[in-house]
Design a protein around this ligand. Structure first.
Ligand code: NAD
Length: 346
């Protein structure tokens, strides 16, 4: 029997590589499309070692419509999971056009290619950054939208483009997944997040500091209205997140009638403060990760935690892994990076 074909754009990246593993383990036929601008070239080999099978990789840019259309047709793709794009909030302020080109331009080019093939369904990677800053305890999908940076705006633009394409019939069906804060790594420690200077995220900073690549973690503000004064975020293990994609695909396949674009949060519903995250990571690595409290960072909100109920109700999915597990797996992967690249500094 022919396997259900899934194209994973950005499948060599941090989240995409974990999505690929979960899809293959669930019996899907996977093709990766990635230009490797933010992925190590041997990720496909590492993935093959994890799943014990060959993986098809197309090296190229999602903005290359001809290549994407050819890949969709040749590989008999039924579903596209679109993760390829740029993701650093800070960098999006200094290079907004690059962000709109890669993210919005990439999505348009992909949708055109999908329209010209057998119109596969779409799972799109969006982000909690599409929500307006808010004091609500939990952010549900109906919370006010209002991204405050070019990266978040590029994600919201794509969500709207996808909705219009579904309404017009150019796209048959779509699910947008709004990720909260993916952290951790595959338990094999063979894939995980690559260090990047552009990242604003807390976990890479903590892990790189623990590895000696940075001197200290800077904690931006301890005067927020939270229990210990530091910002609270919803961290989700990347393997849990990847399993959310499998649930979304199963939901799309069972969906009748077609012609709908759902937007669903992928988070745990539990928030941890920056201090709690540093303490948990320190426990995982067995020594205290050095950190300093500095002033607030413009654009940060005090709390950002998902209301995860819609994902449970519609996709039958919920996150399962603890903060401790996230820290242990993240640290195990960071140690492999340190061993492979002992002279790295960020
Ligand atoms: N990591 C997070 O905290 C987070 C949070 C919310 C949403 N997201 C979204 O999830 C998706 C994946 O994020 P990630 O953390 O895995 O990032 P990543 O940078 O590790 O992965 C992105 C992958 O896409 C590839 N890529 C980039 N531009 C491309 C292009 N034009 N054509 C083909 N390939 C291209 C990169 O080489 C990389 O392998 C992104 O769309 C990101 O915006 C990430």
């Amino acid at each position: 029997m022919k396997k259900i074909g899934v194209l994973v754009t950005g499948g060599a990246g941090y989240i995409g590589s974990h999505v690929v593993v979960e899809l293959i383990e669930e019996g899907f036929g996977v093709v990766i499309l990635d230009n490797f601008e933010n992925a190590e070239s041997d990720v496909p080999q590492r993935l093959e070692r994890i799943v014990g099978d060959e993986i098809r990789v197309v090296r190229g840019d999602v903005r290359n419509g001809t290549l994407v259309a050819e890949t969709l047709k040749k590989s008999g793709i039924d579903i596209v999971v679109h993760l390829a794009g740029k993701k650093a909030v800070g960098e999006s302020f200094s290079k907004p056009l690059d962000y709109y080109d890669a993210n919005v331009g990439g999505a348009i080019s992909l949708l055109e290619a999908m329209q010209s093939s057998n119109k596969p369904a779409l799972v799109f990677s969006s982000s909690a950054t599409v929500y307006a800053p808010s004091d609500r305890m939990l952010l549900s999908e109906s919370a006010d939208l209002g991204p405050i940076n070019p990266y978040g705006r590029s994600k919201l633009m794509i969500e709207e483009i996808v909705s219009d394409a579904v309404i017009s019939g150019d796209l048959t069906s779509a699910i947008t997944l709004r990720y909260f804060n993916p952290v951790g790594a595959h338990p094999s420690a063979m894939i995980g997040e690559q260090p990047s200077n552009a990242s604003n995220n807390l976990f890479p900073f903590i892990a790189q500091t623990a590895a000696g690549w940075r001197e200290r973690v800077r904690v931006f503000g301890d005067d927020y209205p939270t229990p210990d004064g530091t910002g609270v975020r919803d961290y989700i293990h990347v393997v849990d997140l990847a399993r959310g994609h499998v649930a979304a695909i199963r939901h799309l396949m069972g969906r009748s009638p077609q012609g709908k674009h759902s937007k669903v949060n992928l988070g745990t519903g539990t928030g941890y403060s920056v201090k709690e995250a540093i303490d948990a990571f320190s426990q995982a690595c067995g020594f205290e990760v050095p950190h300093d409290i500095v002033g607030r960072r413009p654009g940060d909100v005090s709390t950002c935690v998902a209301d995860p109920r819609l994902a449970a109700e519609t996709l039958g999915w919920r996150a399962e892994m603890s903060l401790e597990r996230m820290c242990c797996d993240h640290w195990a992967f960071q140690r492999t990076l340190r061993d492979r690249r002992p002279d790295d500094r960020v």
